[in-house]
Design a protein around this ligand. Structure first.
Ligand SMILES: Cc1ncc(COP(=O)(O)O)c(C=O)c1O
Length: 398
C-alpha cells in the first residue's frame, strides 16, 4: 500500500495562516440555518442589496456576445481604463492602464501585492483593530506583522506618531484601511498625510485599502494616492464588491508603479489567469455607468447605522462609538463578560448558541472587548437581532 503523505508535510507557509474567523462564524451560522434554526446573521460583511440592474444587464450582454474566453491576465484594457478614470473622477489622480491591474476581488489584489513586495524579514505595520486578512497574507508571504494599537477612547483614530514609533529598518510597508473594517473609523486627513510623508522619506510602501471608500457618512472623500508624489510610495488596493454590491462577481484592482503591477500580473498569470471575463464587462458598466445606486445604498446604511447606534447606546454596559464609514458597528461589550464569558470570542459563541445571533468576535480583528455587527442587513433583521442581543446582555448583568 502506498504511504499516506503525513499531515506535517504541509508547507510552513500554509501552516502560518488560519481559516478566517469571519468565515468560521458564517459557517457555524450557516450550519444552524441548514438545521432549520432561525439565525439572525450580523456576521457577513456583505451588502444585502442586489447588484444594480445596469450592471447585471452588461454581464448578460457580455455572455450573449460570447465574451466568455480568456482575457489578458491583468484584465482587459477597457476595464483598466475604467478603473483609472473612476479613480481620477473621484480623487483627481492620474493613473494610466500600465499602472493598473484587475484582480479576482479586493482580497486577491492584497494577496498578490503582498506576495510581490513582502518577504522573509520584512515588517508590515498594521493599525489595530485591523481587517483579519492582512495578518494572514503577510504571514503567508513570510513577513512579520507589527500592530499599532489605536485607542477606543480616541475613536480608534490613527496618529502618525504611532506609526513612526513602529517603524524599523526592516519596515517594508504600512497598511491603511480607512474607513476601517471593523471599527468604522475614518482616519483624519492630516494624520494620513503625515503617515505618507514618513513612508515617502524612508522608502516604505504605503498600501491604502479603499474597499469602503465610497461609504463615508460625513468626512470628505480623500485618497492617499492624490497626494503630491504619491505614485512612488502609495499602492491602492481597490474593490468593486461593496461599492456596487458585487461581492460574488470578484473584481478588485491595484493601482501602483508599473514594476509592481507587472509583478502582480506575472503572479496572476500563473494562478487565476485573468479575472472572470463576464465580470470584467459588468465592472466596466459599474465604474462608468450611473453612480446613483451608490448614494442610495449609502443613505440606507446611514439610516441603519443611526438605528444600530441608538439601540446599542441604550443597552446596559455597552459602549458604542458612531461609525464614520463602512457598514460595521464595533461596540465594547466587556461589561457583560460574566457568568462563564471571559472575552468576546466566548461572548459571540454564547450569543450564537443561546440567542441565535451571529456576530464576529473582536479577537478576529485584534481586540478582545468588542464584537463586530454588520448592519448591511434590513432594519427588520437589525431589530430582531438587537432585541435578542439586548436580552442576552441584560441576562448577564442581572
Ligand atoms: C477591509 C477590506 N478590504 C478588502 C476586502 C476585500 O473584498 P473583496 O475581496 O470582496 O473585494 C474586504 C472584504 O470584506 C474588506 O473588508
Amino acid at each position: 500500500m502506498a504511504p499516506t503523505p503525513a499531515l506535517q508535510e504541509l508547507t510552513e507557509r500554509i501552516s502560518a495562516i488560519s481559516v478566517s474567523p469571519t468565515s468560521k462564524v458564517l459557517m457555524e451560522a450557516d450550519r444552524l440555518r441548514r438545521e432549520g434554526v432561525d439565525v439572525v446573521d450580523f456576521g457577513a460583511g456583505e451588502p444585502d442589496f442586489p447588484t444594480p440592474e445596469n450592471i447585471k444587464r452588461a454581464a448578460i450582454a457580455a455572455i450573449e456576445a460570447n465574451f466568455t474566453k480568456y482575457t489578458p491576465a491583468g484584465g482587459i484594457e477597457e476595464l483598466k481604463r475604467a478603473i483609472c478614470d473612476r479613480h481620477r473622477a473621484d480623487y483627481a489622480t492620474a493613473y494610466t492602464p500600465r499602472e493598473c491591474v484587475a484582480c479576482v476581488g479586493g482580497k486577491h489584489s492584497i494577496f498578490n501585492l503582498m506576495q510581490a513586495l513582502v518577504g522573509p524579514g520584512d515588517e508590515v505595520v498594521i493599525p489595530s483593530p485591523y481587517w483579519v486578512t492582512y495578518k494572514d497574507v503577510v504571514n503567508y508571504a513570510g513577513g512579520k506583522c507589527v500592530f499599532v494599537e489605536t485607542s477606543e477612547g480616541e475613536g480608534f483614530q490613527l496618529r502618525a506618531s504611532m506609526v513612526e514609533r513602529a517603524l524599523t529598518p526592516n519596515t517594508r510597508m504600512v497598511v491603511i484601511n480607512s474607513p476601517s473594517n471593523p471599527s468604522g473609523a475614518v482616519f483624519h486627513r492630516d494624520e494620513l498625510e503625515r503617515v505618507f510623508a514618513l513612508c515617502r522619506d524612508r522608502g516604505i510602501w504605503l498600501m491604502t485599502d479603499e474597499c469602503y471608500h465610497r461609504f463615508l457618512y460625513d468626512a470628505q472623500p480623500f485618497s492617499l494616492a492624490s497626494l503630491n508624489g504619491a505614485k512612488d510610495t502609495v499602492l491602492v488596493a481597490g474593490s468593486l464588491s461593496k461599492t456596487y454590491s458585487m461581492t460574488g462577481w470578484r473584481i478588485g484592482f491595484v493601482l501602483g508603479p508599473p514594476a509592481v503591477i507587472g509583478a502582480i500580473v506575472k503572479l496572476q498569470s500563473h494562478s487565476t489567469s485573468n479575472p472572470n471575463s463576464v465580470a470584467q464587462k459588468a465592472a466596466i458598466e459599474a465604474l462608468c455607468g450611473p453612480q446613483e445606486s451608490v448614494g442610495t445604498m449609502l443613505a440606507e446604511y446611514r439610516r441603519r447605522r443611526d438605528y444600530v447606534v441608538a439601540r446599542l447606546g441604550q443597552m446596559p454596559g455597552v459602549q458604542i462609538r458612531t461609525p464614520e464609514g463602512a457598514f460595521y458597528a464595533y461596540p465594547n461589550v466587556s461589561a457583560a463578560f460574566r457568568k462563564g464569558i471571559g472575552n468576546s470570542l466566548e461572548f459571540s459563541q454564547e450569543l450564537l448558541s443561546e440567542e441565535k445571533v451571529a456576530v464576529v468576535p473582536g479577537e478576529a480583528f485584534g481586540t478582545s472587548d468588542h464584537i463586530r455587527i454588520s448592519y448591511a442587513t434590513s432594519i427588520k433583521e437589525l431589530e430582531r437581532g438587537l432585541d435578542r442581543l439586548e436580552r442576552f446582555i441584560t441576562s448577564r448583568l442581572e
